[in-house]
Design a protein around this ligand. Structure first.
Ligand code: SAH
Ligand code: SF4
Length: 385
């Protein structure tokens, strides 16, 4: 028997095509897509307005399978992290950040990352593999469905939605896993799936210039660019991809992107590293660098991890840095972090799951830290936008 098709792997156009191959009309694909993505339904028998014959065909040929959850922890402020199994000993993180007027899901696009930024624990673990469309959009599917079910909210299209914003700021470089990322984005934006506005879906990139241009043509969502340095020498060291796409090219690509972007600014992320990129001189150099790009800055206090050899800038330094940018006329926010413990840092938890024994150790250690520092330790609690 042929393998079942995981329908989470099909973007809107591919689902129409797939249904067509089964002899079904495009409107059936739309109905099916609504069942899967708006109602979070995986059971074909529950899709009551589909003809019984179609439901039988679906059962023979398809499945709706999100990746399995390895662990699930919630902080006292409601920030929730899932560790997601993506096979072969690999795992990625998905983080939900609830706020008064929005709910943001931070999703991963790769297991590991080949860019190998100096301050990033995901990068330090190397690159394992690209996530599939179903593994990317499956994080949203799983999170929305879980949150709704727990709250007893009836499944449905708009209104009851728990996740209003998506940021691709988990593990991996989305623009180095381009096709699956764009297919997942298309589902996020599609009115017969999640119906999110382009302004509320953000791709974060370390600066894959040609793919930024391609994204502006294929699916222009909000863009965050991980800048982290005010000159090429420093950025070559911190973000090795800079040697391929230096700052002049990156900033030119940002300007081009703005012509298509749903927002009239690019968000620059800037990880604050003590004594490395955080002096007044760096801030002034940045002002000159971005002077002709409409932008906002989001300063991220570095989440330390042992092998990095780097330290987080002190709060007064971060504030002084922010002040220089703001006095230069740039809207600047400082991302809040909860808990200083290193094992809560970016990609840290998922980094060691190659070996399940150590995963258990990790999880136990994480719980110990939660007891020590309170449950609301974590990586990201405030997202730009
Ligand atoms: N690869 C993409 C998206 C994932 S990383 C990118 O680099 O943009 C999301 C953000 O977290 C990036 O801005 C990244 O630079 C930042 N980040 C990575 N490691 C970090 C750490 N240890 N402390 C603080 N921010 C970190
Ligand atoms: Fe990859 Fe982003 Fe981490 Fe750099 S910061 S190694 S691009 S995930």
């Amino acid at each position: 028997m042929a393998a079942l098709t995981n329908l989470l792997d099909l973007d809107p156009a591919a689902l129409i095509q797939w249904c067509g191959d089964l002899g079904e009309q495009p409107f059936r694909a739309k109905q099916l897509q609504r069942w899967i993505h708006q109602f979070g339904e995986a059971d074909f028998d529950a899709m009551t307005d589909l003809a019984k014959s179609l439901r039988e065909k679906l059962k023979r040929h398809a499945t709706v399978a999100a990746p399995a959850i390895i662990s699930d922890s919630t902080a006292s402020d409601g920030t929730r992290k899932w560790l997601i199994d993506v096979g072969d000993g690999n795992a990625v993180e998905t983080v939900f950040i609830p706020e008064d007027n929005r709910g943001t899901l931070c999703i991963s696009t790769q297991a590991g990352c080949a860019v190998n930024c100096r301050f990033c624990s995901t990068g330090k673990q190397g690159f394992s593999r690209n996530l599939s469309i179903g593994e990317i959009v499956g994080q949203l599917w799983m999170a929305e469905r879980t949150l709704r079910r727990e709250k007893g909210i009836a499944p449905g299209p708009k209104g009851e939605r728990q996740i209003t914003n998506v940021v691709m700021m988990g593990m991996g470089e989305p623009l180095l896993n381009y096709e699956p990322t764009v297919a997942a984005l298309k589902l996020m934006l599609d009115d017969n799936a999640y119906g999110l506005s382009r302004r509320r879906v953000t791709v974060s990139t370390s600066g894959v210039v040609p793919m930024m241009d391609k994204l502006s043509a294929d699916c222009a969502v909000a863009l965050a660019v991980s800048l982290h340095a005010s000159n090429d020498t420093l950025r070559d060291d911190l973000v090795p991809l800079n040697r391929k796409y230096p700052l002049s090219e990156l900033l030119a690509a940002c300007k081009r992107y703005l012509e298509f972007a749903p927002r009239d600014f690019i968000t620059f992320e800037y990880c604050m590293l003590d004594g490395v990129n955080d002096t007044d001189a760096h801030a002034r150099e940045l002002l000159a660098l971005v002077s002709n790009v409409s932008c906002k800055f989001n300063l991220i206090p570095f989440n330390p991890f042992p092998s990095s050899g780097l330290r987080r800038s002190g709060n007064p330094r971060i504030k002084a840095f922010a002040n220089i940018l703001m006095e230069g006329g740039i809207v600047t926010t400082i991302r809040k972090t909860r808990g200083d413990d290193i094992d809560a840092a970016c990609g840290q938890l998922a980094g060691d799951v190659q070996d399940r024994t150590r995963l258990l150790e990790r999880t136990q250690r994480m719980h110990a830290y939660q007891q020590k520092y309170g449950p609301d330790f974590g990586r990201i609690v405030e997202i730009p936008g």
